[in-house]
Design a protein around this ligand. Structure first.
Ligand code: PRT
Ligand code: MG
Length: 221
């Protein structure tokens, strides 16, 4: 009987939803099929057709933490999440070219953002992305009070919590539905592969072919 030595077992951290869905074809390109569906199973550890590879399901913003501490050898996370988390202990070899969106500043339709900025007004900005927002407004010399939220940022300007929000925009439908408009584009976002630095050295033999397959599959997109 052949068994995989524990030190060559690979754990991949993914979040449910768009990242899971869009990573499946990349895994497929590496010959890996996840044999359980996280949307219907309540399991947090999912098996694959390869006994040496398992997938763990974590919150999107927790992916870098699992990988940094080596609880996962590698993972997939948005650039938004990685910028907020910082890169400690993480190697980011590949832009997977999936889960595209943009980070933007948005305000209520009636709010004259350009004039407020020109007059040096102090703006209240609600966001989940306080690091990205802090850096963006500092680089423009705009004074802001940041209000940390964990979701539904689009609500904040509608009920007077803030003048502006910093949030992800994909189709723009959520902004339109809430009578908000984009006034600044901060950065383009896609998801990256992140690898634990120790795993990259100790498990290179197992990881390398998967990284190469991911790279080829994501370039073809
Ligand atoms: O949902 P949860 O709080 O657990 O975490 P999360 O929202 O961070 O996770 P998830 O799975 O929703 O998103 C994972 C990653 O997908 C993010 O980190 C981004 O890198 C990427 N991504 C791509 C997006 C979007 N597109 C996106 N449109 N993440 C979120 N959105 C949200 C956005 O915040 C806004 O509320 O969708 C809404 C806008 O969409 P449109 O199409 O109406 O413009
Ligand atoms: Mg979400």
């Amino acid at each position: 009987m052949t068994t995989t030595p524990h030190n060559q077992q690979l754990t991949l951290a993914l979040s449910k939803g768009r990242i899971f869905e869009e990573t499946l074809p990349l895994l497929e390109a590496a010959g890996i099929r996840v044999t359980e569906d996280p949307e219907t199973s309540r399991k947090l550890i999912l098996a694959t057709n390869d006994p040496a590879v398992r997938v763990i399901i974590v919150r999107a913003s927790d992916v870098p933490t699992y990988v940094q501490y080596g609880a996962a050898d590698f993972g997939v996370a948005g650039k938004d999440v990685l910028q907020e988390h910082g890169g400690d202990g993480l190697y980011q070899p590949i832009d997977l070219n999936i889960a595209h969106c943009r980070m933007s500043v948005a305000v209520s339709e009636g709010f004259d953002y350009a004039t407020a900025v020109r007059h040096g007004a102090r703006l209240r900005v609600a966001t989940k992305y306080t690091e990205i927002a802090r850096e963006h407004f500092a680089s423009k010399g705009v004074h802001v009070d940041l209000i940390k939220l964990y979701g539904s940022m689009e609500l904040a300007p509608l009920v007077g919590l803030s003048d502006a929000i910093v949030d992800l925009v994909s189709t723009g439908n959520t902004l339109r539905a809430n009578h908000l408009v984009e006034v600044e584009h901060i950065m383009e976002i896609s998801s990256r592969l992140v690898v634990n630095q120790a795993a990259l050295k100790l498990k290179r033999e197992r990881l390398q072919p998967i990284l190469e397959a991911f790279e080829r599959a994501s370039q073809g997109k």
